[in-house]
Design a protein around this ligand. Sequence first.
Ligand code: BGC
Ligand code: ZN
Length: 367
Amino acid sequence: MKAIAVKPGTPDSVHLAELEKPSVTDIPNGRGVLVRTLKVGVDATDREINEAQYGQAPPGFDFLVIGHESFGIVEEVGENVKRVQPGDYVTCTVRRPGGSIFDKIGRSDITSEEEYYERGINLLHGYLTEYFVDDEEFMVRMPVGLKHLHVLAEPMSCAAKAVEQAMLAQQRLQVWEPKRAWVTGSGQIGLLSTLILRLRGMEVWTLARGKKPNLKAEIAEGMGSHYVSTADKSLKELADECGKPDLIIEATGSSAVAFECMEVLGHNGCIVWTSITGGERKVDVPSDSVNLNWVLGNKLLVGSVNANFRHFESGISDLALGDVTYPGVLEKILTSPVDGLDNYAEMMRLLVEDRDALKVYVNVAEG
Ligand code: BGC
Ligand code: ZN
């Protein structure tokens, strides 16, 4: 079987590797689900793994198959599998349990262990290959009517978790009805978070660098959000003009913006940080005034990574609702298909160089 892999630790090592075809019996207790891969999305994580910023090969291998945004069709199931059957469209979660109490209760997304196991990212092979197998516990059904949104299920699960974390954490306030929400960043997480907040009835501002007109603005506005280019208006100017936000979902990939958000959040507000910033950047922060305002305003900052089965399910429900509420808008995120695993170089080129590629994905097979 062909697979797209990197050599962890060696920059720009993306290549075609060879893997043995998996089988349902690789998973114990008749719980295996064998999936024929149809499409796999790639994101900044895959780019940074190829830049050797992080990512480790599974034990016994000197390469790591990348790709953690999966979409495929079930081909065969073990005798004890109940929830999925051959012919179902599925996506598969990313993280696998370690040993902490959180891992044991199905919450590997909040593992307390520093070492984490993620398919396509750390210590486990990913989905950029022809077939994959996993325990039914990690398989999430995609309704056939959402087939056209395929690889968005995984990024949507991360957005679903980010919003859920804010809602859960804000129960500390006893009453919290966020009205004004900002989303910083208009990559896939930013746009999908925008969708969830709009579906929850909030007034949403989606902030990003690009000036209008551009595709990201068109998508955000297509969901009824206000798109603001930070080239035209600073965060402070926007807060003065429209009021400080109750909630900020931060998804720019810039740690500087993540800290800048702390200067504009409203009283009792909550910021969720979702970006993974692999670099070594340092910025000055007005620490006295942030400290003062955060204490006087009882503000909250939450980090959110990954997503578990439940977040995939709620994300998929919101994709369905979003697709009928804003028809034709969500599929505009899927800008950049690449045909076949053989075209791995083009896949990485789009990911690294093409500023207009909002979502790069590989068409692995028809189905
Ligand atoms: C993935 C998450 C993962 C995170 C950290 C993201 O790109 O979508 O599932 O937990 O990277 O590795
Ligand atoms: Zn990702």
